[in-house]
Ligand binder design. Structure first.
Ligand code: ZN
Length: 166
Protein backbone atom coordinates (compact mmCIF):
# COMPACT_ATOMS: atom_id res chain seq x y z
CA UNK A 1 0.00 0.00 0.00
CA UNK A 2 1.39 3.39 -0.89
CA UNK A 3 1.88 5.99 1.76
CA UNK A 4 -0.73 8.74 1.78
CA UNK A 5 1.85 11.41 2.53
CA UNK A 6 5.08 11.97 0.66
CA UNK A 7 8.01 13.82 2.20
CA UNK A 8 10.16 15.92 -0.12
CA UNK A 9 13.79 14.74 0.21
CA UNK A 10 15.01 18.28 -0.43
CA UNK A 11 12.95 20.62 1.72
CA UNK A 12 11.12 18.12 3.95
CA UNK A 13 7.68 19.33 2.87
CA UNK A 14 4.95 16.78 3.63
CA UNK A 15 2.31 16.65 0.91
CA UNK A 16 -0.54 14.32 -0.05
CA UNK A 17 0.87 11.52 -2.19
CA UNK A 18 -0.40 11.88 -5.73
CA UNK A 19 2.17 9.46 -7.16
CA UNK A 20 3.90 12.14 -9.19
CA UNK A 21 7.33 10.98 -10.38
CA UNK A 22 10.40 12.62 -8.84
CA UNK A 23 12.01 15.14 -11.20
CA UNK A 24 15.33 14.05 -12.73
CA UNK A 25 17.31 17.23 -12.03
CA UNK A 26 16.31 18.07 -8.49
CA UNK A 27 16.35 16.15 -5.21
CA UNK A 28 12.62 16.70 -4.76
CA UNK A 29 9.29 14.93 -4.58
CA UNK A 30 7.14 15.32 -7.66
CA UNK A 31 4.48 16.89 -5.45
CA UNK A 32 6.92 19.57 -4.24
CA UNK A 33 8.18 20.17 -7.78
CA UNK A 34 4.61 20.77 -8.86
CA UNK A 35 4.30 23.56 -6.29
CA UNK A 36 7.48 25.06 -7.70
CA UNK A 37 5.98 24.97 -11.19
CA UNK A 38 2.94 26.80 -9.83
CA UNK A 39 5.21 29.42 -8.33
CA UNK A 40 7.03 29.69 -11.67
CA UNK A 41 3.84 30.65 -13.46
CA UNK A 42 3.66 33.55 -11.02
CA UNK A 43 7.32 34.55 -11.11
CA UNK A 44 7.55 34.44 -14.90
CA UNK A 45 4.51 36.72 -15.09
CA UNK A 46 6.26 39.23 -12.80
CA UNK A 47 8.34 40.26 -15.77
CA UNK A 48 11.91 40.50 -16.88
CA UNK A 49 12.89 43.82 -15.36
CA UNK A 50 13.51 42.61 -11.81
CA UNK A 51 13.22 38.95 -12.86
CA UNK A 52 12.27 37.62 -9.43
CA UNK A 53 11.99 34.23 -11.14
CA UNK A 54 15.77 33.82 -10.94
CA UNK A 55 15.74 34.17 -7.16
CA UNK A 56 13.01 31.54 -6.81
CA UNK A 57 14.85 29.16 -9.12
CA UNK A 58 18.09 29.53 -7.14
CA UNK A 59 16.33 29.08 -3.79
CA UNK A 60 14.62 25.96 -5.05
CA UNK A 61 17.77 24.63 -6.72
CA UNK A 62 19.99 25.00 -3.65
CA UNK A 63 17.30 23.63 -1.35
CA UNK A 64 16.81 20.60 -3.60
CA UNK A 65 20.43 19.66 -4.24
CA UNK A 66 21.39 16.05 -3.81
CA UNK A 67 21.25 12.85 -5.82
CA UNK A 68 20.92 13.69 -9.50
CA UNK A 69 21.71 17.37 -9.17
CA UNK A 70 24.59 18.51 -11.34
CA UNK A 71 27.39 20.28 -9.44
CA UNK A 72 27.02 23.35 -11.65
CA UNK A 73 23.34 23.64 -10.73
CA UNK A 74 24.10 23.68 -7.01
CA UNK A 75 27.03 26.06 -7.46
CA UNK A 76 25.05 28.50 -9.63
CA UNK A 77 22.12 28.39 -7.22
CA UNK A 78 24.34 29.23 -4.26
CA UNK A 79 26.14 32.00 -6.11
CA UNK A 80 22.74 33.45 -6.99
CA UNK A 81 21.55 33.26 -3.39
CA UNK A 82 24.72 34.95 -2.20
CA UNK A 83 24.50 37.78 -4.74
CA UNK A 84 20.86 38.42 -3.80
CA UNK A 85 21.18 38.01 -0.03
CA UNK A 86 24.49 39.73 0.64
CA UNK A 87 25.11 41.90 -2.41
CA UNK A 88 21.60 43.17 -3.08
CA UNK A 89 21.43 41.87 -6.64
CA UNK A 90 18.05 41.77 -8.38
CA UNK A 91 17.03 38.58 -10.12
CA UNK A 92 17.95 40.15 -13.44
CA UNK A 93 21.44 41.01 -12.16
CA UNK A 94 21.85 37.44 -10.89
CA UNK A 95 20.76 36.14 -14.30
CA UNK A 96 23.44 38.25 -16.00
CA UNK A 97 26.04 37.04 -13.48
CA UNK A 98 25.11 33.44 -14.26
CA UNK A 99 25.58 34.12 -17.97
CA UNK A 100 28.99 35.63 -17.30
CA UNK A 101 30.09 32.71 -15.12
CA UNK A 102 28.75 30.26 -17.69
CA UNK A 103 31.29 31.56 -20.17
CA UNK A 104 34.19 30.70 -17.88
CA UNK A 105 35.90 27.36 -17.65
CA UNK A 106 35.47 26.45 -14.03
CA UNK A 107 35.58 23.01 -12.42
CA UNK A 108 32.46 23.06 -10.26
CA UNK A 109 32.94 21.20 -6.97
CA UNK A 110 30.47 18.74 -5.50
CA UNK A 111 28.97 20.74 -2.67
CA UNK A 112 27.35 18.69 0.06
CA UNK A 113 23.90 19.87 1.14
CA UNK A 114 23.50 20.95 4.76
CA UNK A 115 21.58 18.85 7.27
CA UNK A 116 18.80 21.43 7.48
CA UNK A 117 16.93 22.89 4.51
CA UNK A 118 16.01 26.06 6.40
CA UNK A 119 12.59 26.94 7.71
CA UNK A 120 10.89 28.13 4.51
CA UNK A 121 9.46 26.04 1.68
CA UNK A 122 7.94 26.77 -1.71
CA UNK A 123 4.56 26.18 -0.07
CA UNK A 124 5.15 29.02 2.39
CA UNK A 125 6.00 31.31 -0.51
CA UNK A 126 2.79 30.38 -2.33
CA UNK A 127 0.84 31.24 0.83
CA UNK A 128 2.12 34.81 0.69
CA UNK A 129 -0.14 37.24 -1.10
CA UNK A 130 0.77 37.86 -4.73
CA UNK A 131 2.77 41.01 -5.37
CA UNK A 132 5.27 42.62 -3.03
CA UNK A 133 4.50 40.24 -0.14
CA UNK A 134 5.26 37.18 -2.22
CA UNK A 135 8.33 38.73 -3.79
CA UNK A 136 9.59 39.49 -0.28
CA UNK A 137 8.82 35.90 0.72
CA UNK A 138 10.97 34.68 -2.19
CA UNK A 139 13.87 36.81 -0.95
CA UNK A 140 13.38 35.53 2.63
CA UNK A 141 13.30 31.98 1.31
CA UNK A 142 16.59 32.47 -0.54
CA UNK A 143 18.24 33.96 2.50
CA UNK A 144 17.07 31.12 4.76
CA UNK A 145 18.51 28.54 2.35
CA UNK A 146 21.74 30.51 2.00
CA UNK A 147 22.11 30.71 5.78
CA UNK A 148 22.13 26.91 6.03
CA UNK A 149 25.02 26.48 3.59
CA UNK A 150 27.65 28.03 5.89
CA UNK A 151 30.21 25.34 5.01
CA UNK A 152 30.10 26.50 1.37
CA UNK A 153 30.09 30.26 1.98
CA UNK A 154 33.84 30.77 1.56
CA UNK A 155 33.88 28.88 -1.73
CA UNK A 156 30.83 30.73 -3.05
CA UNK A 157 32.16 34.19 -2.16
CA UNK A 158 35.41 33.39 -3.96
CA UNK A 159 33.63 31.96 -7.01
CA UNK A 160 31.41 35.05 -7.28
CA UNK A 161 34.30 37.53 -7.28
CA UNK A 162 34.53 37.81 -11.09
CA UNK A 163 30.96 39.11 -11.29
CA UNK A 164 31.18 41.63 -8.45
CA UNK A 165 31.85 45.31 -9.12
CA UNK A 166 35.56 46.07 -8.73
ZN1 ZN B 1 10.80 20.25 -1.64
Amino acid sequence: MKSSIVKCPGCGLMLPNRSIAEPPRFHASGECMELYHRLSVYTMARGREAFIHQLALDAYGAQHSGAGTRPITTAFSLIGLYLAAERGFTGRQVQLAHMELGRQKIAWPELTPPASAGGITVQDVLHAEEGQARDAAIRDWGRSVWDEWTHAHAWVREAAKPVLPA
